[in-house]
Every structure is written in C-alpha cells, then in structure tokens.
Design a protein around this ligand. Sequence first.
Ligand code: NCD
Length: 359
Amino acid sequence: MAEVRKLVSVDDMTKQWWESLYTCCRDIIARPGVYADSCRGKILVTMFYEPSTRTNFSFQAAAQRLGAGVFGFSDPIGTSVSKGETLADTIRMVASYSDTIVIRSPQEGSATAAAMYSDVPVINAGDGSHFHPTQTLTDLTTIAQQRGDISDFRIGLCGDLKNGRTVHSLVEALAMFPGISFTLISPSELRLPGYLVEGMTAHGQEYTETRSLADCISELDILYMTRVQRERFADAAEYRRLKNVYILTMKTLDSAKPDLMIMHPLPRYGEISPDVDNDHRAKYFEQARYGMFIRMALLLEFMHLPRQAPPPVECRPPSAVCGNPACVTQSDTYLPQLLAKNSTNICGYCDKPISALTL
Ligand code: NCD
C-alpha cells in the first residue's frame, strides 16, 4: 500500500488506506486501553487560525488518549504570525519541534502550502470553504458504524453546499464506494461548486438537485444537514436572507424513512430543531464522538512515520497569482504556482479555475 504522508485533501486517500485506518479505529473503539501509551514521547501541534470546538478538541483528546503531548494555538495572536511571519517559516519551525501538525485556516490551500515545507505529516483541519478531510473520515466512520458498510444508499446533502467544506470532501470521498446516489438540496445561491459537480459526473456518481427538503426527504437513507456559513459571506444581507432556508423539525421527518440517518458536522445554527435530538434517527452527537476515534487511528499512523524533508520548493516568484481572494497564494505570494492534478487550468491550492489568474 502506498505510504500516505499527509492528509490535505481526499486525493491523499485511497480506499485501501481508508480500510486499514477504519480497521484500526474499530480496534481502538473496542480496546482503548491497549493504545493508551502507543504515542508516548510524540508531540502533536494544533495550529488553529479559525474557531473550532470539535476538530481542535477531538485532535487534542485523540493525542492525549494515545499518550502523546500536544501544544498549539487556537488564535495566532500570541505567535510570531502576528509579527508577519510567513506560513512557510512558521511551518518549518513547528515541524522541527513536533511529529505531526494539524492546521485550520480561512485560506484555501493553506494545508497544501504547509505540507510543502514540513518534515512531518500535515493534516488539514479545514482550509476556508475548500476541504475538511478529517471531518470526512468522521463521516465515513459514522456511516460504516451505523450501516455496517459504505455502499448502496441515497444521501441528501442539505444547506450551504457552496461554502460547506465538509460537504466538498465528503462528495469526493464517496466516489470510492459503490452504489451511492446524491440529492443536492440547496437554494441556487448555495449550490455545490462547479468543479465538484463535474467531478461527480466524471466519477459516474448519480445526483439530482432540488431546493425543497420536504419534497425529497422520503427518498433519503442519509440526510447530511449543514450550517449556512456566515463567515464566508461578503454580503451580510445575503446571509440574513439565506440563513434560515432549511429548518429540520419533527414535522419534516413525518415522511422520512424509519431508518433514516441524520448527520451534521456541527455546530448547528438553527437548521436542526432541538426536538429532533431525541429522535432515534439523529446521529450527529455520536458522529462527533466517532471523530475522536478515527483521529486516534490517523495520529497513530502519522506520528510514527519517519521525518522526511520535503522536496525543495522553487523560489522563483510566480508569474501569476490566483484570482480567488480566499486562496493562500494571495497572502503568501512567495508560493510557487501549482496546477491541480491532470489539469492545465485549475489552481492546485484552491481548485478554482485558473481563468481567475491575474498578473
Ligand atoms: C465544520 C467546519 O468547521 O467546517 N465543523 C466541524 O469541523 N465539525 C462545519 C461548520 O463549521 O459548519
């Protein structure tokens, strides 16, 4: 099996790698005591440039349950980042003190950039509205634990499909599994980005799009609710207009299947009414707990990898920078130009079309 040395996007995963990770996760759930010292002497660093509860704390809990030490920040204000240090230099330093780095940033492509300068594995804990691959590991674990396997279901993805990074990674990851169909439920303003829709077509993934949750809920095996991502809106009035577009209530569930699984990466902000929490179909709190176990499996693997210097990064100034205002190349202008795999016109950091390049 090819060695996986970083997890910045679903492209870093293979089905075989997922299967071995999940096997390890199941053993951790069954026999947690066996793993209590398995990362003793190792150090995890958590760099959170954006707010987090579940992801940050579940990584910290995962590391400590393996016996590892953890340090990091949940706000860069107390670090040299506030003195203007580049991401590349910060990562070089942090990598020299640690065995694995977890990074969350509002900038799309930041984890890809970080991995280019790190001797130790880098894990993307969310890069802007781009990807969130360890939430996807959490989601896959939840589905596998609840359904027995990951195949043959219709999943409804509901809410902010444009800005929700958990949805983006999940859609890509589900291409590895057979018999999965999608119902994309969003207002037209919050549709799934074009590159992901094209990817679904290329992978032969069947999907339909609708604005109405009530109209399609009876067909779903899994309903994946998401929060309208206020922090990604340039226009506050547009956010206010869209924020309550979906509210899942017990009444909406009247026509749902009795074995529907309701998932949500959390936090929620009104899109699932609290009375749904007591319904046997609500799985979002269990989902959050599975996240800690699959992150333990991931850290167990990554923290034991030997340090490895990355290939030297080209120092030539880029001839162009990506026009996506949220792309990491906008702030870290020393980064070399990168194209997405098998493409001549997609930015390799943020996956936005290169037609947006400006000189
Ligand atoms: C999500 C995120 O940060 O993208 N939360 C999480 O990590 N579980 C979802 C969200 O913030 O809406």
